[in-house]
Design a protein around this ligand. Structure first.
Ligand SMILES: Nc1ncnc2c1ncn2[C@@H]1O[C@H](COP(=O)(O)OP(=O)(O)OP(=O)(O)O)[C@@H](O)[C@H]1O
Ligand SMILES: Nc1ccn([C@@H]2O[C@H](COP(=O)(O)O)[C@@H](O)[C@H]2O)c(=O)n1
Length: 671
C-alpha cells in the first residue's frame, strides 16, 4: 500500500494481464458477523484484509469471538452463539457502514434480551452518516438506543435489558440505504421466538445487496421469506444461525469495476482477465458489466472470471438508472470522459450519504481535469474531455474516488481529437485501504506506460556523500522504485573475484554479467540464492566495484539491467553516471557532494554502528582513491551532468536534503 501523501500516475497507454480480486467487502463483513454470532467454528477463505474488515474483526473479538489465522491463510472464527462474553464494550468502527449498521441492530437486540451496554462510534465522517431510520425501527421494537451526539447519527449507546415487542411488523425505510434492512435481517434471527415480519417503507434501493444478505443468511441456516416486490420479509420463528463450517468469499465485484473499465478503455490487444467474480457471483455489482458493455466493452464471462477488452472506441455515452449498482457506477463517471457524448447517471441519491457526498466529490474532481459536469440531487452528467488538464485529485477519504480516478491516467491513449497526455495525482492514496489495500500495485501490474513517461530522478555523486540514503528517502516519499546501481557493480566485482576472474580483464568480467543469478528482495541482495548484502557493503567490495566499473565492456553489460528498473510509478536512481549515461533525459538530476572529511566521518560512523571496526584516516584515503578512479576513468566517469543541480549536504541533515530535492521535484511537476 502507498502510505504517502500523494501518488502521481504517469500517462498510461495500455492494459493487459491478470488481476486477482481481493474478497468482497460486503460479503466479508456479513460473513464475519454471521460467523461471529453463530455457534461453533467457521473457516473463512479469501477474506478481504482491509480497514473495514479489520474494525469488524476487532469488534467481534471484543464481544468474545475467537479468531485464529491458520497456516493456509484461512481465518477460523469461533462464534459466540448469540451470547456476548462481555456486558459492556466500546467499539470503534472507523468508516465501515457494513460494520456500524448490522452491529447496531445485533447489539441493540442482544442488550435488550440479555442486558449490557455497548457504545458504537467511528471516524468523524461516520458520525455524519445517518442511521436514524434504523434506530427508529429498533426503538419501535423496544430497544434502548441513545444517540450520543446528534440525534439520528452515531455514536450510539445500546442498553438493556428492555422489553421487545416482536409480534407487530417492524417497519424500516428502504429508500435511503438498504443497509438498514440488511442490518435488521442479519440481527432479528437472534430473537425470532415467533415469526418476525419486516415491512419496508418507500421503494427499496440497492436490492442486490439485500439479495446478498438473504443468500448468506440461508448459508448460515436462516431461510427468510420475502414477497415479490421486496417490501415484506419474514424471519421464521425459531430461526438460528448454524455455521456452514467453510465459507468462501468471492472477489469484490465493485473492485472489479475498475479493471473492467481498464479493459474497456485500454485493452486494445490482449484482454484484462479478472479472477474472483463471474456469472456465479451473488453480488449485484457484477451488473456493472452490462453498463460497461453498453459503453463498448467486449466481455467474456466464466463462472468465476471475466475477460475484458476494448470494443467501441471512443466509448459510447450512456443514460443509465444506476440504482442497482450504486458503488460501481462511480467508475462510469470517469469512463464517461472517454465517451462520444455526455453520460448521465441517474437515481444515485445514495451517493450523497456514503463515505463522502460522492455526487459533489465526483463533480468537483472531474472538473479539475477540465471536464464539463452537471449535477442534480440524484444525478450526474459528465461530458467527454477533449483536452485534459493535469489534476491533483482530492479523494475525501473515499477509496472509490481514489480508485476510479486512476482511470483518468489513460488520457494518453486518445486520438488526435484530444490533447497531449498528462499525469494524474491521487492525493491520500492509502484511502484505498478500506477495501483494496493493494489497488495501485495491482493496477501497475496490468498497465503500460511509454518508458519516457515514467519519471526518473537521478542522484549521482562521490562515495559516501549520502546518495543511497537520500535516494531511499525521496523514493519513499514519492512511492517510487529505487535503483542502487553501485550494488550492481559491487555484485559484479564480488562474483568475478569469487570466480577467480582477473578484475582487470574487462571482457572476462563483462561475460560473467549475463550469467549472474541476482535478485533484490526485501532489502536483501541474493546472488545465486545466497544473501550477499553484508559482503556487498564492505569497503573492499566497493574498491572491486570501482575496478570493474572502469571497463567499458562491463558498463555496457550492465546498461540494460539498469534501464529495466524504470517501472511504474517512477524511479529514483543512485550512482555515478545515472544522469550522464543511463537516464540522460531524467527531468531531475541531483549531483550530491560533501567534503571528504565529512564523508569519511559518516562512513566511519556507519561502520561502527554496524559493529565493524574502521580507521577514519584509512577510510578517507580509500574513498578518495575510489573517487579519483571513478572520476578519472574514460567510460562514464563520475561527473555532474550539465543540467544537474549540485547539492553539498555537508552541513545538512538527511531530512533537509530530502525536502530540498522534493521541492525541486515539485517545481518540475505540472500540478
Ligand atoms: N545529510 C546527510 N545526507 C545523507 N546521508 C547522511 C547525511 N548525514 C549523514 N549521513 C550518513 O552518511 C552515511 C553514508 O550514506 P550513504 O551510504 O547513503 O552514502 P552513499 O553515497 O550511497 O555511499 P556509497 O557511494 O558508498 O554507496 C549513512 O550512514 C548516512 O546515514
Ligand atoms: N552508476 C555507478 C555506480 C557505481 N559505480 C562503481 O561502483 C562503486 C561502488 O558504488 P557505490 O555507490 O555502491 O559505492 C563506485 O565506486 C563506482 O566505481 C559506477 O561506476 N557507476
Amino acid at each position: 500500500m502507498y502510505k504517502i501523501p500523494f501518488l502521481d500516475l504517469p500517462p498510461l497507454r495500455g492494459a493487459a494481464g491478470t488481476v486477482v480480486l481481493p474478497g468482497s467487502k460486503s460479503i466479508s463483513n456479513r460473513v464475519l458477523l454471521l460467523a461471529g454470532l453463530s455457534d461453533g467454528v467457521t473457516r473463512v477463505h479469501d477474506l478481504l484484509a482491509s480497514d473495514d474488515t479489520r474494525v469488524m474483526l476487532a469488534a467481534l473479538q471484543e464481544l468474545g469471538c475467537k479468531l485464529d489465522r491458520q497456516a493456509d491463510g484461512v481465518l477460523a472464527v469461533t462464534g459466540i452463539g448469540g451470547r456476548p462474553r462481555t456486558e459492556a464494550a466500546k467499539l470503534f468502527l472507523g468508516n465501515a457502514g457494513t460494520a456500524m449498521r448490522p452491529l447496531t441492530a445485533a447489539l441493540a437486540l442482544l442488550a435488550a434480551t440479555q442486558g449490557g451496554s455497548f457504545e458504537l462510534s467511528g471516524v468523524p465522517r461516520m458520525h455524519e452518516r445517518p442511521i436514524g431510520d434504523l434506530v427508529d425501527a429498533l426503538r419501535g421494537l423496544g430497544c434502548d438506543i441513545a444517540c450520543l451526539g446528534q440525534e439520528g447519527y452515531p455514536p450510539l449507546r445500546l442498553s438493556g435489558p428492555a422489553r421487545l415487542t416482536l409480534d407487530a411488523p417492524v417497519r424500516v425505510r428502504g429508500d435511503v440505504s438498504s443497509q438498514f434492512l440488511t442490518a435488521l435481517l442479519l440481527a432479528l434471527p437472534l430473537v425470532a421466538t415467533n415469526d418476525v415480519v419486516i415491512e419496508v417503507t418507500g421503494e427499496l434501493i440497492s436490492k442486490p445487496y439485500v439479495h446478498i444478505t438473504l443468500e448468506l443468511l440461508a448459508h448460515f441456516g436462516v431461510q427468510v421469506r420475502r414477497d415479490d416486490d421486496w417490501q415484506r420479509f419474514v424471519i421464521p420463528a425459531g430461526s438460528r444461525y448454524r455455521s456452514p463450517g467453510e465459507v468462501h468469499i468471492e472477489g469484490d465485484a465493485s473492485s472489479a469495476s475498475y479493471f473492467v473499465a481498464l479493459g474497456a478503455i485500454a485493452a486494445a490487444d490482449a484482454p484484462v482477465r479478472i479472477e474472483g467474480v463471474g456469472s456465479a457471483s451473488v453480488q449485484g455489482d457484477v451488473r456493472f458489466l452490462e453498463a460497461a458493455q453498453a459503453m463498448g466493452a467486449r466481455v467474456e464471462i466464466g463462472a468465476n472470471w471475466l475477460e475484458v477488452r476494448r470494443g467501441a472506441w471512443p466509448l459510447r455515452a450512456l443514460d443509465l438508472d444506476c440504482n442497482h449498482i450504486p458503488d460501481a457506477a462511480m467508475t462510469l463517471a470517469v469512463m464517461a470522459l472517454y465517451a462520444d457524448g455526455p453520460t448521465t447517471l441517474r437515481n444515485i441519491a445514495s451517493w450523497r450519504v456514503k463515505e463522502t457526498d460522492r455526487i459533489a466529490a465526483m463533480a468537483a474532481e472531474l472538473r479539475k481535469l477540465d471536464a464539463e459536469v452537471e449535477e442534480g440531487p440524484d444525478w450526474l452528467r459528465v461530458h467527454p474531455l477533449k483536452a485534459w488538464r493535469p489534476a491533483s485529485i482530492h479523494t475525501y477519504d473515499d477509496h472509490r474516488v481514489a480508485m476510479c480516478f486512476s482511470l483518468a491516467a489513460f488520457n494518453g491513449l486518445q486520438d488526435d481529437r484530444r490533447g497531449a497526455a498528462v499525469p494524474v495525482r491521487i492525493l491520500d492514496p492509502q484511502c484505498v485501504a478500506k477495501t483494496f489495500p493493494d489497488y495501485f500495485e495491482t493496477l501497475f501490474g496490468v498497465v503500460r506506460a511509454e518508458i519516457e513517461d515514467i519519471p526518473v530522478i537521478t542522484i549521482d555523486g562521490p562515495t559516501a556523500s549520502g546518495k543511497g540514503t537520500l535516494t531511499d528517502e525521496v523514493a519513499k516519499a514519492l512511492g517510487y522504485h529505487v535503483l542502487d546501481s553501485g550494488a550492481l557493480y559491487r555484485v559484479t566485482g564480488l562474483a568475478a573475484s569469487r570466480a577467480g576472474i582477473d578484475l582487470d580483464d574487462g571482457e572476462a568480467v563483462a561475460a560473467l554479467v549475463p550469467t549472474l543469478e541476482l535478485r533484490f528482495q526485501d532489502g536483501q541482495a541474493l546472488l545465486d540464492g545466497e544473501d550477499v548484502s553484508a559482503d556487498l557493503r564492505l569497503e573492499a567490495t566497493g574498491l572491486m566495484a570501482s575496478q570493474v566499473g572502469a571497463h567499458p565492456a562491463v558498463r555496457r553489460a550492465l546498461h540494460q539491467l539498469q534501464l529495466d528498473f524504470r517501472q511504474l510509478p517512477g524511479l529514483v536512481a543512485d550512482g555515478r553516471d545515472m544522469g550522464t549515461a543511463i537516464f540522460p533525459a531524467a527531468p531531475l538530476k541531483v549531483f550530491l557532494t560533501a567534503s571528504a572529511a565529512t564523508r569519511a566521518e559518516r562512513r566511519h560512523k556507519q561502520l561502527i554502528s554496524k559493529g565493524l571496526s574502521a580507521n577514519i584516516e584509512g577510510l578517507r584515503a580509500d574513498l578518495e582513491a575510489r573517487d579519483a578512479r571513478d572520476k578519472g576513468r574514460s567510460a562514464s566517469p563520475l561527473q555532474a551532468a550539465a543540467d544537474a543541480i549540485e547539492l553539498d549536504n555537508s552541513a545538512q541533515t538527511i531530512e533537509q536534503s530530502r525536502d530540498l530535492v522534493l521541492s525541486w521535484w515539485r517545481d518540475r511537476r505540472p500540478f
